[in-house]
Design a protein around this ligand. Structure first.
Ligand SMILES: [Zn+2]
Length: 160
């Protein structure tokens, strides 16, 4: 894959000698690790996925190709469109993992002025949120969104 070779070269050039070479090896292993599941999810080729996400890269390849940006898809909820997600969580109410209040924003707690918890912060959603992918916009916005748990999903989880 031409794109992969280009990325490896960028990693190699990011540091001199063996360190640069090791970065290229690590980047390749990481990319080849996540590409199959992402391509399978989206129903397109690994080459198409890599070309698309590389086109969206705005900073160094070494820092971009990391697990925080391209995490495992295990346990991720998949929605075909943003609309499909909105229909699955129509109340637009989300449980803040920190204060336990109900936030109208899935990323930043607005349940309480003192809380201000952010789902994209260092500690994410403390394992109490949900990770979602929106398929039809993924190539434009190649990210797995970690958000506060929609109240509708809490009810599903408790079997109601
Ligand atoms: Zn909160």
């Amino acid at each position: 894959m031409e794109t992969l070779e280009k990325i490896k070269q960028l990693c190699r050039e990011s540091w001199s000698g063996e360190t640069g070479e090791q970065r290229a090896v690590d980047a390749e292993a990481f990319i080849l690790g996540f590409l199959p599941s992402y391509a399978g999810l989206l129903g397109i080729s690994q080459q198409q996925v890599l070309d698309a996400i590389e086109a969206k890269r705005t900073y160094s390849a070494v820092n971009y190709y990391q697990q925080s940006n391209f995490p495992s898809l295990d346990g991720v909820k998949i929605f075909d469109t943003k609309q499909a997600f909105a229909e699955a969580a129509p109340s637009k109410q989300f449980r803040c993992p920190s204060c336990g209040g109900v936030s109208s924003d899935p990323y930043e707690c607005d349940a309480s002025k003192d809380c201000d918890w952010k789902s994209y912060g260092l500690f994410g959603t403390l394992g109490k949120g949900v990770r979602i992918v929106v398929k039809d916009t993924f190539l434009e916005h190649p990210r797995v969104h970690e958000i506060f748990m929609p109240l509708e999903f809490e009810q599903q989880a408790s079997g109601l």
